[in-house]
Design a protein around this ligand. Structure first.
Ligand SMILES: O=C(O)CCC(=O)C(=O)O
Ligand SMILES: [Mn+2]
Length: 180
């Protein structure tokens, strides 16, 4: 869904999140080597909603006023309540997220995940995990847009944000989730 947030609201939220959020540079271990993630991240949510992925454990930071404002709007649009949000900051076209499904056990069997984007448009690509004859699906995630992933999406599909050689500005993405 394009334009859940107006350009003015998107610019305001992008700026506030950029300033307010304690962005961290995490590392993953891959083949015995430690590598910085190609993006900055943060995790906010209700007390006790710890999220772990790729061996990284994130205790939640408390909700801020901006995050609660964004959350309220997203919950109305999605018709679902969320208790946590993962934030990703892609500083430029070299920042990215590799192929994955959001299928960690703490998200439950068929999670609803609501993804909000502020800033530069980036391409979001889906591929089927088992049926290799299905073509990949590309969606341009624009400033102020909302993407909902639900039902069996995470069972059958993986997604990524590929690097791009185009000159692109900063993008902040928020994925609202429910940790059970
Ligand atoms: O930045 C995006 O649009 C994707 C983020 C994502 O897939 C995730 O946080 O799990
Ligand atoms: Mn994801």
């Amino acid at each position: 869904m394009q334009g859940l947030f107006t350009f003015a609201d998107s610019a305001l939220f992008a700026d506030r999140l950029d300033q307010e959020v304690d962005w961290r540079q995490d590392h993953i271990r891959l083949f015995g080597k430690t590598m910085p993630l190609p993006r900055l991240t943060a995790w906010h949510g209700d007390p006790g909603k710890v999220y772990s992925y790729s061996g990284i454990e994130m205790p939640p930071k408390p909700w801020t006023e901006s995050l609660l404002g964004i959350k309220a709007k997203v919950e109305t649009a999605a018709g679902t309540q969320f208790n946590s949000v993962l934030l990703n900051k892609y500083r430029d076209g070299r920042d990215s997220m590799g192929w994955h499904s959001d299928d960690e056990p703490e998200l439950g069997p068929s999670p609803v995940i609501a993804s909000v984007s502020f800033g530069a448009t980036r391409r979001f690509v889906l591929r089927h995990k088992y049926n290799k004859t299905l073509e990949t699906i590309s969606i341009e995630l624009t400033d102020g847009s909302l993407l909902l992933m639900q039902g069996p999406t995470q069972h059958f599909w993986q997604h990524q944000i590929p690097k791009t050689r185009r000159v692109v500005g900063q993008r902040i993405n928020l994925t609202f989730r429910t940790i059970v």
